[in-house]
Design a protein around this ligand. Structure first.
Ligand code: ATP
Length: 316
């Protein structure tokens, strides 16, 4: 087969591991592999390169995606998608593997209606894809956030301050949840775990009165203005507070072992699905095992509330 691979949406550490696995496994099964530049934008422009085992040498430890990624408004237009499908046809490409988030999956689902055989891999730091326990990039981003929390705790302790740490995640609080637990946060505020403001003020006031020298509040982005919350905490509790918005730093860095393994497993599994004539599905990991589900069962679905929330009230 001729198989093309692209990365789309926000980049995530471990995307390179997944591309590398597609190329290496594909080569083992004697397929020809093409890398499409900059996601769906490159597909529309027919911007692709031939990938060999050698082209992915040294990619495992690299953050980001060496193929580049983009958000392409043009791809929402069916006529443009028809041009993209024609590009694949003209090159004799039999199947496409897309690595990205929910939007990328939506695009893949629309594109597959034109007869293109597609497999999706969940590549996003947000861990917001249904049908998988973990997405590629999530574990590395958690490590980055925990590292930041540990550092903020040092300076908060020195100054007897409360640190508000804003993470990415949009509608999914997993980044804040996992990093908050690992970083020993006093409060974790996410879309799934809304803030109980008065309780938080009361507890922080008690901490302060008991002589606790630091407090950490981790909050998912887009819930509220973290700087305004810091001012409110300072005013209401006497605990001087500062907000840190971690931003894009969470997307970068060399992938941690979990993401290298996840990317490698998922990339290989995608090629094996195509070998078995299976497509129109996205790959996931459930209870440590590789699984696949039709796009329609995953796109737009919310994940069940994480079991770890049970821990939050007990350990924070
Ligand atoms: P992240 O979770 O990191 O933001 P994502 O894959 O969700 O990643 P999006 O920007 O939402 O990122 O989607 C990636 C691309 O998928 C879009 O830029 C667009 O090209 C394509 N796409 C999204 N939704 C659709 C759709 N309904 N029809 C066609 N293409 C779509």
């Amino acid at each position: 087969m001729k198989i093309a691979v692209l990365t789309s949406g926000g980049d995530a550490p471990g995307m390179n591991a997944a591309i590398r696995a597609v190329v290496r496994a594909g080569t083992v099964y004697k397929h020809e592999i093409f890398g499409i530049k900059d996601g769906y934008a490159g597909l529309i422009k027919d911007d692709m390169i031939h990938l060999t085992s050698n082209s992915v040498s040294g990619m495992l430890s690299l953050g980001g995606t060496f193929l580049g990624t983009a958000r392409s408004a043009e791809f929402l237009d069916e006529n443009v998608r028809k041009v993209a499908a024609e590009n694949l046809k003209n090159r004799g490409i039999d199947a496409l593997i897309v690595i990205g988030g929910d939007g990328t999956y939506r695009g893949a689902m629309e594109f597959s209606r034109l007869g293109v055989k597609i497999i999706g891999l969940p590549g996003t730091i947000d861990n917001d894809i249904a049908g998988t326990d973990f997405t590629i990039g999530f574990s590395t981003a958690v490590e980055t956030i925990v590292d930041a929390i540990d550092k903020l705790r040092d300076t908060s302790t020195s100054h007897q301050r409360c640190s508000i740490v804003e993470t990415m995640g949009r509608r999914c609080g997993d980044l804040a949840l996992f990093a908050g637990i690992c970083g020993g946060a006093e409060f974790i505020i996410t879309p799934e775990n809304p803030m109980e403001k008065e309780l938080m003020f009361k507890r922080l006031t008690e901490h302060k009165e008991k002589g606790r020298r630091h407090a950490i509040v981790v909050i998912t982005e887009k819930i509220l203005d973290p700087h305004a919350l810091a001012e409110e905490i300072t005013e209401k509790t006497g605990f001087a507070s500062r907000a840190t918005v971690l931003g894009y730093i969470q997307r970068g860095g060399s992938p941690c072992p979990e993401d290298r393994i996840l990317g490698s497993r998922m990339g290989t599994y995608a090629v094996e699905l195509l070998n078995d004539g299976i497509y129109g599905v996205c790959v996931g990991v459930r209870d440590s095992r590789m699984v696949h589900l039709p796009f329609a069962n995953v796109v737009g679905q919310t994940r069940p509330k994480n079991e770890l929330y049970k821990l939050v009230k007990k350990v924070s």
